[in-house]
Design a protein around this ligand. Structure first.
Ligand SMILES: Nc1ncnc2c1ncn2[C@@H]1O[C@H](COP(=O)(O)OP(=O)(O)O)[C@@H](O)[C@H]1O
Length: 189
């Protein structure tokens, strides 16, 4: 595996300064949550750092890379190509950053929409992306607290926020956020 210093150097060439700061915030928040929930700190650290490594690509390039990597492009994703930055990012993590750990790759892959069944690492990356300190949306402090005491409830509440946001914005909405939300509601989240 590459050293984190080398990963950082490569990542800097791939994303903007703001996105890099966000990635460092996600890395640090993921480490903090990993300590609370007693999961592998190194995996949380690397997945957090690299989760947005494909965020610098244009919609057109995301679609091209998705096709090249054999990623399934569904009817909503073709309309909202930024949804591909997780799946394409997982491929970049593997090919450019030499990450072979499937748990890290899956956490990067599903970090935007979540999934009905998620590992603790996947939940932590999903949430760290949402609550890291550079995110300034109102009302996040409550979610920051919940993430530190109940991961499943925090995932469900994060999905609720995403759904509300996109409804209010009159956006096309990917149904996976709703599927994730319903699954976590049933888990008691
Ligand atoms: N359920 C969804 N339906 C449609 N678009 C979504 C959904 N969830 C996220 N998006 C969009 O996908 C892109 C990536 O989401 P996200 O990783 O949360 O972005 P960011 O880190 O820039 O906030 C954004 O353009 C966001 O608006």
């Amino acid at each position: 595996m590459m050293l984190e210093k080398e990963m950082l150097k490569l990542l800097k060439q791939m994303i903007s300064e703001d996105r890099l700061n966000h990635s460092l915030g996600v890395r640090d928040t993921a480490i903090e949550l990993a300590k609370i929930y007693e999961i592998d700190l190194k995996k949380a650290r690397i997945a957090g750092l690299l989760h947005d490594c494909a965020k610098g690509l244009s919609n057109n390039n995301l679609l091209k890379k998705a096709e090249k990597f054999g990623i399934v492009i569904d009817g909503v994703t073709i309309i909202v190509p930024p949804l591909l930055h997780g799946p394409v990012g997982a491929e970049f993590a593997k090919r450019k950053f030499k990450i072979n750990d499937e748990e890290i790759l899956n956490a990067i892959r599903i970090h935007t929409l979540g999934s009905e069944e998620m590992t603790s690492l996947e939940k932590i990356i999903f949430l760290a992306d949402y609550i890291e300190p550079n995110r300034k949306c109102s009302g996040l402090d409550k979610l920051r607290k919940i993430a530190r005491s109940n991961l499943d409830l925090a995932v469900r509440k994060a999905c609720d926020r995403t759904l509300k946001f996109h409804l209010d914005n009159h956006d096309v909405i990917h149904p996976q956020t709703l599927a994730t939300r319903n699954a976590f509601l049933r888990k008691g989240g």
